[in-house]
Design a protein around this ligand. Structure first.
Ligand code: NI
Length: 175
């Protein structure tokens, strides 16, 4: 396993619609394992392949609480099979938008179909935090970030701050 560099917004590589995986082969299994290691190190509760520069429909999540056993879920080609009318609001963050958070409203319960790491077709029902986390990661596969769900005013403020932080880091690196 290896940790991978995470792409920070704004970046055109985070705005790409990702291609489906044909088969969960060895390369995808390795990608999933590396993404999981990268996410745990960050730390975060979800990561999508485009965030590590791979434009494939692969996501991983682990929304287990701090005191619970880890619950890693690896998904290729996730698709929403059903969503509840009831909504749930959570203050979301993203490893590609470090230190920025905003409340996003999404369906509270979902049913998702996907291929697991054994290339087996699976279905999962999720609610609240896990449901939000899966939907957030699935958004990444469409090139959508959580800030795309909030007002343009707030989005632009966050993106401007991220640009400023990037410039400062580039400047420090040049010194
Ligand atoms: Ni994210």
């Amino acid at each position: 396993m290896a940790t991978l560099p995470i792409i920070i917004a704004p970046d055109p590589r985070l705005k790409v619609k990702c291609a489906p995986v044909d088969n969960v082969d060895e390369a995808i299994v390795t990608l999933m394992a590396d993404m999981l290691e990268t996410m745990y190190l960050a730390p975060g509760i979800g990561l999508a392949a485009p965030q590590v520069g791979v434009t494939k429909r692969v996501i991983i999540v682990d929304a287990a609480g701090k005191d619970d056993d880890p619950n890693p879920i690896k998904m290729a080609n996730p698709e929403l099979l059903s969503v509840s009318e009831e909504l749930w609001t959570y203050e979301e963050g993203c490893l590609s938008l470090p230190e920025h958070y905003a409340e996003v409203e999404r369906p509270a319960r979902i049913k998702v179909g996907y291929l697991d790491e054994n290339n087996t077709r699976c279905e999962l029902e999720a609610e609240d935090l896990l449901a939000t986390c899966i939907q957030h990661e699935m958004d990444h596969l469409e090139g959508t970030l959580f800030v795309d769900h909030i007002s343009a005013l707030k989005r632009n403020m966050i993106l401007r701050k991220l640009v400023k932080t990037k410039k400062l880091k580039a400047h420090d690196a040049a010194d």
